[in-house]
Design a protein around this ligand. Structure first.
Ligand SMILES: N[C@@H](CC(=O)c1ccccc1NC=O)C(=O)O
Length: 296
Protein backbone atom coordinates (compact mmCIF):
# COMPACT_ATOMS: atom_id res chain seq x y z
CA UNK A 1 0.00 0.00 0.00
CA UNK A 2 1.21 3.50 -0.78
CA UNK A 3 2.40 5.69 2.06
CA UNK A 4 -0.18 8.26 3.12
CA UNK A 5 0.77 11.75 1.98
CA UNK A 6 2.46 13.90 4.65
CA UNK A 7 0.14 16.39 6.37
CA UNK A 8 -0.03 19.86 4.83
CA UNK A 9 2.50 22.37 6.14
CA UNK A 10 1.36 25.55 7.89
CA UNK A 11 1.41 28.27 5.25
CA UNK A 12 1.51 32.03 5.71
CA UNK A 13 2.05 35.00 3.42
CA UNK A 14 4.03 38.03 4.61
CA UNK A 15 4.15 41.43 2.92
CA UNK A 16 7.69 42.84 2.87
CA UNK A 17 6.71 46.04 1.02
CA UNK A 18 3.65 48.04 0.01
CA UNK A 19 3.25 46.66 -3.54
CA UNK A 20 0.90 43.68 -3.73
CA UNK A 21 3.69 41.60 -5.26
CA UNK A 22 6.09 42.39 -2.42
CA UNK A 23 5.08 39.30 -0.52
CA UNK A 24 6.67 36.03 0.44
CA UNK A 25 5.05 32.69 1.17
CA UNK A 26 6.39 30.58 4.03
CA UNK A 27 5.69 26.91 4.63
CA UNK A 28 6.96 25.97 8.06
CA UNK A 29 8.37 22.59 8.83
CA UNK A 30 7.58 21.45 12.33
CA UNK A 31 11.05 20.37 13.37
CA UNK A 32 11.09 18.77 16.80
CA UNK A 33 14.56 17.45 16.24
CA UNK A 34 17.00 20.33 16.31
CA UNK A 35 20.08 18.11 16.26
CA UNK A 36 20.21 18.06 12.51
CA UNK A 37 21.63 20.70 10.26
CA UNK A 38 18.56 22.29 8.75
CA UNK A 39 18.28 24.90 6.02
CA UNK A 40 15.63 27.23 4.75
CA UNK A 41 14.92 26.62 1.06
CA UNK A 42 14.03 29.95 -0.55
CA UNK A 43 12.66 29.90 -4.09
CA UNK A 44 12.62 32.62 -6.75
CA UNK A 45 10.16 31.84 -9.54
CA UNK A 46 10.69 32.64 -13.22
CA UNK A 47 8.32 34.03 -15.84
CA UNK A 48 10.66 36.34 -17.74
CA UNK A 49 10.39 39.09 -15.09
CA UNK A 50 6.87 39.83 -16.27
CA UNK A 51 4.43 36.91 -16.37
CA UNK A 52 1.73 37.62 -13.76
CA UNK A 53 0.50 34.02 -14.00
CA UNK A 54 3.68 32.75 -12.35
CA UNK A 55 3.64 33.44 -8.61
CA UNK A 56 5.36 32.27 -5.44
CA UNK A 57 2.88 29.39 -5.29
CA UNK A 58 4.58 27.73 -8.24
CA UNK A 59 7.02 26.35 -5.66
CA UNK A 60 4.29 24.12 -4.19
CA UNK A 61 4.75 21.10 -6.49
CA UNK A 62 8.47 21.09 -5.71
CA UNK A 63 7.85 21.42 -1.97
CA UNK A 64 5.72 18.28 -2.10
CA UNK A 65 8.47 16.42 -3.96
CA UNK A 66 11.20 17.58 -1.59
CA UNK A 67 9.09 16.35 1.31
CA UNK A 68 8.91 12.95 -0.42
CA UNK A 69 12.71 12.73 -0.31
CA UNK A 70 13.69 11.31 3.06
CA UNK A 71 17.19 12.77 3.14
CA UNK A 72 16.20 16.23 1.96
CA UNK A 73 13.20 16.56 4.22
CA UNK A 74 15.24 15.91 7.37
CA UNK A 75 17.54 18.79 6.45
CA UNK A 76 14.90 21.41 5.68
CA UNK A 77 13.87 23.94 8.33
CA UNK A 78 11.23 25.71 6.23
CA UNK A 79 10.31 26.62 2.67
CA UNK A 80 9.82 30.14 1.39
CA UNK A 81 8.98 31.52 -2.05
CA UNK A 82 9.30 35.14 -3.09
CA UNK A 83 7.05 37.30 -5.23
CA UNK A 84 8.60 40.48 -6.56
CA UNK A 85 7.49 43.45 -8.64
CA UNK A 86 7.15 42.59 -12.32
CA UNK A 87 7.75 44.44 -15.57
CA UNK A 88 4.95 45.18 -18.05
CA UNK A 89 3.60 42.28 -20.15
CA UNK A 90 1.91 43.12 -23.46
CA UNK A 91 -0.65 40.32 -23.02
CA UNK A 92 -1.70 41.68 -19.61
CA UNK A 93 -1.91 45.44 -20.16
CA UNK A 94 -2.71 47.81 -17.31
CA UNK A 95 -3.83 51.39 -17.62
CA UNK A 96 -1.25 53.39 -15.65
CA UNK A 97 -3.79 56.15 -15.03
CA UNK A 98 -6.41 53.80 -13.63
CA UNK A 99 -4.20 51.31 -11.77
CA UNK A 100 -3.11 52.06 -8.20
CA UNK A 101 0.70 52.12 -7.85
CA UNK A 102 0.68 49.18 -5.47
CA UNK A 103 -0.78 47.02 -8.24
CA UNK A 104 0.89 48.45 -11.30
CA UNK A 105 3.47 46.17 -12.91
CA UNK A 106 6.04 48.69 -14.06
CA UNK A 107 9.25 47.36 -12.54
CA UNK A 108 12.57 47.85 -14.26
CA UNK A 109 15.89 46.36 -13.24
CA UNK A 110 17.13 46.52 -10.47
CA UNK A 111 13.61 46.69 -8.92
CA UNK A 112 13.08 42.92 -9.18
CA UNK A 113 16.42 42.25 -7.56
CA UNK A 114 15.94 44.87 -4.85
CA UNK A 115 12.79 43.01 -3.92
CA UNK A 116 14.63 39.71 -3.60
CA UNK A 117 17.11 41.33 -1.20
CA UNK A 118 14.28 42.92 0.76
CA UNK A 119 12.36 39.65 0.98
CA UNK A 120 15.36 37.64 2.14
CA UNK A 121 16.32 40.31 4.64
CA UNK A 122 12.75 40.37 5.94
CA UNK A 123 12.86 36.60 6.48
CA UNK A 124 16.30 36.80 8.09
CA UNK A 125 15.13 39.41 10.57
CA UNK A 126 11.93 37.56 11.36
CA UNK A 127 13.24 34.01 11.56
CA UNK A 128 16.96 34.45 12.28
CA UNK A 129 18.34 31.62 10.18
CA UNK A 130 21.59 33.42 9.38
CA UNK A 131 23.41 31.78 6.48
CA UNK A 132 21.50 28.54 6.89
CA UNK A 133 19.55 28.95 3.71
CA UNK A 134 19.69 27.87 0.09
CA UNK A 135 18.48 30.18 -2.63
CA UNK A 136 16.94 28.38 -5.62
CA UNK A 137 15.93 30.25 -8.76
CA UNK A 138 14.20 29.05 -11.91
CA UNK A 139 14.83 30.78 -15.25
CA UNK A 140 14.72 34.55 -14.56
CA UNK A 141 14.78 33.57 -10.88
CA UNK A 142 18.13 31.90 -11.47
CA UNK A 143 19.39 35.09 -13.08
CA UNK A 144 18.46 36.98 -9.92
CA UNK A 145 20.04 34.41 -7.63
CA UNK A 146 23.38 35.01 -9.35
CA UNK A 147 22.85 38.76 -9.74
CA UNK A 148 22.84 38.85 -5.96
CA UNK A 149 26.54 38.01 -5.83
CA UNK A 150 27.74 40.19 -8.70
CA UNK A 151 30.49 42.27 -7.19
CA UNK A 152 31.25 45.22 -9.42
CA UNK A 153 29.28 48.12 -8.09
CA UNK A 154 30.04 50.37 -11.04
CA UNK A 155 29.25 48.02 -13.85
CA UNK A 156 26.96 45.72 -11.97
CA UNK A 157 24.85 46.06 -8.90
CA UNK A 158 24.95 46.55 -5.19
CA UNK A 159 25.88 43.40 -3.28
CA UNK A 160 29.06 43.39 -1.31
CA UNK A 161 28.96 43.51 2.46
CA UNK A 162 30.73 46.84 2.44
CA UNK A 163 28.07 48.66 0.45
CA UNK A 164 25.59 50.84 2.27
CA UNK A 165 22.65 49.01 3.62
CA UNK A 166 24.18 45.58 3.25
CA UNK A 167 26.21 45.21 6.41
CA UNK A 168 23.42 43.16 7.97
CA UNK A 169 22.70 41.01 4.94
CA UNK A 170 23.81 37.41 5.27
CA UNK A 171 24.41 35.56 2.02
CA UNK A 172 23.23 31.98 1.51
CA UNK A 173 25.23 28.79 2.00
CA UNK A 174 24.33 27.76 -1.55
CA UNK A 175 22.87 29.32 -4.69
CA UNK A 176 21.07 27.11 -7.22
CA UNK A 177 20.22 28.20 -10.74
CA UNK A 178 17.78 25.96 -12.62
CA UNK A 179 17.18 26.54 -16.37
CA UNK A 180 18.84 29.90 -15.81
CA UNK A 181 19.40 32.88 -18.10
CA UNK A 182 22.87 34.34 -17.58
CA UNK A 183 23.86 35.97 -20.86
CA UNK A 184 21.03 38.10 -22.25
CA UNK A 185 22.61 38.95 -25.60
CA UNK A 186 23.98 35.45 -26.16
CA UNK A 187 20.63 33.77 -25.56
CA UNK A 188 18.63 36.38 -27.43
CA UNK A 189 20.94 36.06 -30.45
CA UNK A 190 20.53 32.30 -30.48
CA UNK A 191 16.72 32.67 -30.60
CA UNK A 192 16.98 35.26 -33.37
CA UNK A 193 15.90 38.15 -31.21
CA UNK A 194 12.67 36.55 -29.95
CA UNK A 195 13.46 37.48 -26.33
CA UNK A 196 14.19 41.15 -26.96
CA UNK A 197 10.66 42.03 -25.81
CA UNK A 198 10.88 40.70 -22.28
CA UNK A 199 14.56 41.55 -21.91
CA UNK A 200 13.89 45.17 -22.87
CA UNK A 201 10.86 45.29 -20.61
CA UNK A 202 13.02 44.15 -17.68
CA UNK A 203 16.43 45.71 -18.48
CA UNK A 204 15.78 48.55 -20.91
CA UNK A 205 18.04 49.35 -23.84
CA UNK A 206 20.14 46.38 -25.06
CA UNK A 207 23.26 48.51 -24.59
CA UNK A 208 22.82 48.01 -20.85
CA UNK A 209 22.15 44.27 -20.85
CA UNK A 210 25.69 42.98 -20.39
CA UNK A 211 26.37 44.91 -17.24
CA UNK A 212 23.32 43.30 -15.63
CA UNK A 213 23.95 39.79 -16.97
CA UNK A 214 25.59 37.39 -14.49
CA UNK A 215 27.78 35.85 -17.19
CA UNK A 216 28.84 39.14 -18.80
CA UNK A 217 29.02 41.63 -15.95
CA UNK A 218 32.21 43.34 -14.83
CA UNK A 219 34.02 42.43 -11.66
CA UNK A 220 34.86 38.94 -10.49
CA UNK A 221 33.20 36.21 -8.51
CA UNK A 222 35.76 35.58 -5.79
CA UNK A 223 36.29 32.12 -4.33
CA UNK A 224 34.40 31.57 -1.08
CA UNK A 225 32.71 28.87 0.99
CA UNK A 226 29.44 29.41 -0.86
CA UNK A 227 28.32 26.55 -3.10
CA UNK A 228 27.26 27.45 -6.62
CA UNK A 229 24.88 25.00 -8.25
CA UNK A 230 23.96 25.27 -11.92
CA UNK A 231 21.38 22.81 -13.23
CA UNK A 232 19.78 22.39 -16.62
CA UNK A 233 17.65 20.00 -18.64
CA UNK A 234 18.80 19.27 -22.20
CA UNK A 235 15.10 19.08 -23.13
CA UNK A 236 14.47 22.73 -22.20
CA UNK A 237 12.84 24.28 -25.30
CA UNK A 238 13.15 27.93 -24.16
CA UNK A 239 16.59 28.31 -22.59
CA UNK A 240 19.57 26.34 -23.87
CA UNK A 241 22.48 24.52 -22.25
CA UNK A 242 25.11 27.12 -23.31
CA UNK A 243 23.63 29.47 -20.69
CA UNK A 244 24.42 27.06 -17.87
CA UNK A 245 27.73 25.92 -19.37
CA UNK A 246 28.86 29.49 -20.00
CA UNK A 247 27.97 30.55 -16.47
CA UNK A 248 29.87 27.60 -15.02
CA UNK A 249 32.92 28.61 -17.06
CA UNK A 250 32.68 32.22 -15.91
CA UNK A 251 32.46 31.21 -12.26
CA UNK A 252 35.39 28.83 -12.63
CA UNK A 253 37.51 31.38 -14.47
CA UNK A 254 36.90 34.02 -11.79
CA UNK A 255 37.14 31.92 -8.65
CA UNK A 256 39.52 29.19 -9.77
CA UNK A 257 37.65 27.02 -7.31
CA UNK A 258 36.28 23.91 -8.98
CA UNK A 259 34.99 22.43 -5.72
CA UNK A 260 32.68 25.38 -5.28
CA UNK A 261 30.70 24.59 -8.42
CA UNK A 262 28.17 21.80 -8.83
CA UNK A 263 27.10 21.41 -12.45
CA UNK A 264 24.04 19.25 -13.14
CA UNK A 265 23.32 18.85 -16.83
CA UNK A 266 20.87 15.94 -16.83
CA UNK A 267 17.64 17.34 -15.45
CA UNK A 268 14.56 16.05 -17.26
CA UNK A 269 11.78 17.74 -19.14
CA UNK A 270 10.94 21.05 -20.69
CA UNK A 271 11.54 24.52 -19.26
CA UNK A 272 8.53 24.51 -16.92
CA UNK A 273 8.31 20.75 -16.45
CA UNK A 274 11.22 20.99 -14.01
CA UNK A 275 9.04 22.74 -11.41
CA UNK A 276 5.56 21.82 -12.63
CA UNK A 277 5.57 18.21 -13.73
CA UNK A 278 8.61 16.41 -12.43
CA UNK A 279 11.08 16.23 -9.56
CA UNK A 280 13.95 18.18 -11.14
CA UNK A 281 13.86 21.11 -8.73
CA UNK A 282 13.53 18.67 -5.85
CA UNK A 283 16.56 16.76 -7.13
CA UNK A 284 18.61 19.94 -7.27
CA UNK A 285 17.67 20.78 -3.68
CA UNK A 286 18.42 17.25 -2.53
CA UNK A 287 21.84 17.15 -4.23
CA UNK A 288 22.68 20.57 -2.84
CA UNK A 289 21.76 19.54 0.70
CA UNK A 290 23.80 16.35 0.39
CA UNK A 291 26.79 18.30 -0.78
CA UNK A 292 26.71 20.90 1.98
CA UNK A 293 25.78 18.50 4.77
CA UNK A 294 28.40 15.93 3.80
CA UNK A 295 31.22 18.35 3.01
CA UNK A 296 30.82 20.52 6.12
N1 LIG B 1 5.70 33.05 -19.89
C1 LIG B 1 6.64 34.13 -20.10
C2 LIG B 1 7.79 33.67 -20.94
C3 LIG B 1 8.82 33.03 -20.12
O1 LIG B 1 8.65 32.79 -18.95
C4 LIG B 1 10.11 32.71 -20.76
C5 LIG B 1 10.17 32.64 -22.16
C6 LIG B 1 11.39 32.35 -22.76
C7 LIG B 1 12.50 32.13 -21.99
C8 LIG B 1 12.44 32.19 -20.61
C9 LIG B 1 11.24 32.49 -19.99
N2 LIG B 1 11.14 32.60 -18.61
C10 LIG B 1 12.14 32.90 -17.79
O2 LIG B 1 11.94 33.26 -16.63
C11 LIG B 1 5.97 35.33 -20.74
O3 LIG B 1 4.77 35.27 -21.00
O4 LIG B 1 6.64 36.34 -20.92
Amino acid sequence: MAEPPPPPLPYAVYQYGSHELQRVGVWDVDSVDSERQRYWIIYIHGGAWRDPRITHRTFEPSIARIRDDAFASTHVAAFASVDYRLSPHPDFPQDPAATPPDRYRGARHPDHLDDIYSAVRYLQNKFGFGDKYILVGHSAGATMAYQMIMTDKDTGLRRNNQLDGFSDFVFPTALCGVEGIYDFHGLNDRVNGDYAGFLTSAFGDPAGWDKAAPMKCGGTYPASDQLWVLAHSPEDELVDMPETEGMAQRLLKDSGNERQILLIKDLKGKHDDVWQNNDSVARVVSQTLRYIVEVS
